[in-house]
Structures are given as C-alpha cells and as structure tokens.
Design a protein around this ligand. Structure first.
Ligand SMILES: [Zn+2]
Length: 213
C-alpha cells in the first residue's frame, strides 16, 4: 500500500518551517513525494518576484485562520459568564419559598372569660402566612360563607401575612379556609370550593373545626 504520510503531514510540516523526521528519507513513497514537492517549490521559486507571495504569507494565512476561528471561541468565553450571571440573577431575584401557614385562635369576647369550649361571642383570630402570593381567607359555617376577604377589611395584609378577626355569632361548625393563588368565587359549599380551588391550581389550607353548641 502506498504511503501517503508526506501528503498528510510532511508537506504541512515544510510549510510551517518544521524539520522533517527520518521517515521521509527512508520511505520510498514519501521520498518521491518530497522530491516532487521540492521540484514544484523550485518552479514556484523561479517565478517572477512580483508574482511570488511575500515572505510572510504563512504568518498571514495562520492569522486569518485564527481570526476565523476566533468568533466561535470568543462566543464560548462570553457565553459562560453570561450564563453564570443569569443563573445568579435568577437565584437572587427568585423569592425565597414561603412556608404557608394558617393559625386560628379562639379568644374570649369582650368582657367574657375564656370557657373550656368556644361559645357565641368568642373572637376568632386568624393569621395566615402567605409571603407575597395572592391569598384569600374564608370562614365557613357548614357550607355557608360568613367571611371572605384578602387584603381589605375585615382582612388586613402586612409583611407576608393576612389576618382577620370575627366574632362567633352562634351555634355551628366553623372552619377557616386559606386559598393561596387564583381562587374562584365560593359557590357550592366548603368541600366543592376546596376542590374547585385545587383544580384551579391554588393551594388550600383548612383549619380544624370550631364547634359552637
Ligand atoms: Zn512514507
């Protein structure tokens, strides 16, 4: 099989001004190729001086190759810090996750002593931790909505919390519902409203029941 190493490597080495290793002298194929190369180079050398390339042509070819490769390489080196900065910006600007919470306390009403069980006239103090998210508080008696607010009275919204207070009007089973996210208006009673809110992608917290006899 004919050796083509001079064509692949030797001629390139000569063009770069690098020395040839001993293979090119000992290999018949490469020696022939080298002789042919030198003959052509000699012919070229005999051309009129103004037709020959200037002495720095190799340097200019290599500089041009480097220029044409450069944009791709430059893109990479620019892209990395840009991607890192974007990641950092996301990390910095993403709101820290808030642990949603719903705290419901029964307090004695004005001038009343705290009884062992809630009774009509007791106050219910509600504090929901919601961070910066849209949130709505509702109080149900059975399936009836007694209170519904988000950031207007009787709700108050401050520092990532929505709070409200109401007085237990009489006997019944009361539950407080916190809806975080976009919520549909209540329509079908507590269980149906919870299902509808969840189906709409909202998060839902439901307090324990407060029973008044
Ligand atoms: Zn060879």
């Amino acid at each position: 099989m004919k050796c083509d190493r001079f064509a692949r490597e030797g001629s390139l080495a000569l063009e770069r001004g690098e020395p040839l290793d001993p293979h090119y002298a000992s290999c018949a194929d490469c020696a022939a190729a080298l002789r042919a190369y030198r003959a052509i180079a000699g012919d070229l050398g005999g051309l009129a001086a103004d037709a020959a390339p200037s002495g720095d042509w190799q340097a200019r070819v290599h500089a041009r190759i480097a220029r044409e490769r450069a944009p791709r390489r430059r893109w990479w080196w620019l892209a990395l810090p840009v991607a890192a900065a974007a990641t950092l910006a996301l990390w910095v600007t993403r709101p820290s996750p808030v642990t949603l919470g719903l705290d419901v306390q029964v307090l004695p009403g004005p001038g009343q002593a705290r009884a062992e069980t809630p009774k009509a006239g007791d106050r219910v103090a509600i504090v929901a931790t919601v961070g910066g998210e849209a949130a709505e508080l509702r109080v149900y008696r059975g399936d009836e909505v007694l209170l519904r607010c988000s950031d207007a009275p009787p709700c108050a919204r401050a520092e990532g919390r929505v709070s409200a207070e109401f007085v237990l009007p009489g006997p019944g089973r009361y539950r407080t519902l916190l809806v975080v996210g976009e919520a549909a208006a209540p329509s079908g009673g507590l269980d149906a409203d919870v299902s509808a809110a969840r189906a709409a992608g909202a998060r839902v917290h439901l307090s324990d029941e407060i029973a008044v006899w």
